[in-house]
Design a protein around this ligand. Structure first.
Ligand code: ATP
Ligand code: PRP
Length: 220
């Protein structure tokens, strides 16, 4: 179990973009607000209205790593990122019910089952590998970092494994969802040592955020 970086205070790792945008209202409802606008500065460590709580801004895929190593006590990460990472060294106590989407296998509609070895492109290589292996289908998984929807169009792969929300990106590129893998939402993750050593502080935050999630659900 890796120890938290500091004995006092809480550091929460969040990625810029939709996770930060959708996490801030929940934090505000839990009594934690940013003191400065994150858009107007290049700072990566952000103070909040609660003196011992800081936010650190990192890439979405790095959140589990920061939390696992105790460089952040807590983090907000998509379930997709957690499934890909494996979740070792982390607790996942709360579904924040934000950044909802689905992880899907997608491809050209009406294409016949490809002959020979399947080629599947994804940024989620572990998830893709597990999914096709569980179906007993041998697949070569090709790692991509973005714009997955292009890959089947130019013959790089037969299928992609990607996130789908409205389906607009698939449709705009002549693709269709074929096989669901998992429903996705963002989760609060906690470093295992921080959960023990900062138990009271972590529990307080967890309870306040859980109440905020509940209030948001009731208001919908
Ligand atoms: P990076 O931080 O490296 O830019 P990213 O591009 O994956 O990573 P986002 O696109 O902001 O970051 O996605 C963050 C998380 O939001 C994803 O891990 C997923 O859980 C969720 N997500 C991604 N795309 C959608 C979408 N279209 N609709 C809803 N939620 C999404
Ligand atoms: C995500 C995902 C899809 C798209 C799906 O990309 O990778 O491309 O959203 O959403 P839709 O079904 O509503 O069209 P995003 O917009 O986050 O771009 P990025 O992956 O390049 O950051």
């Amino acid at each position: 179990m890796r120890e938290p970086a500091s004995d006092t205070g809480l550091t929460i790792a969040v990625s810029k973009g939709r996770i930060l945008e959708q996490t801030l209202p929940l934090l505000a409802d839990a009594g934690i607000e940013l003191v400065a606008d994150p858009q107007s500065s290049r700072k990566l460590v952000l103070d909040t209205s609660v003196s011992d709580v800081k936010l650190v801004l990192i890439r979405a895929a790095d959140v589990p790593t920061y939390v696992e190593y105790g460089a952040a006590d807590l983090g907000v990460a998509g379930k997709d990122v957690l499934l890909e990472h494996g979740g070792d060294g982390l607790y996942e106590p709360l579904d924040l019910e934000i950044a909802r989407c689905r992880l899907m296998v997608a491809g050209c509609p009406d294409q016949p089952e490809p002959r020979g070895r399947l080629r599947v492109a994804s940024k989620f290589v572990n998830i893709a590998h597990r999914h096709f292996a569980a179906q007993g289908r041998q697949a070569e998984i090709i790692k991509l970092y973005g714009s997955m929807e292009l890959a089947p169009l130019v013959g790089l792969c037969h299928y992609i494994v990607d996130l789908v929300d409205t389906g607009n990106t698939l449709t705009a590129n002549g693709l269709a969802p074929l096989d669901p893998i998992a429903d996705i939402s963002a989760r609060l993750v906690v470093n295992k040592a921080a959960m023990k050593m900062k138990h009271r502080r972590v529990k307080m935050l967890l309870s306040a955020l859980s109440d905020a999630v509940e209030r948001r659900r009731s208001a919908e």
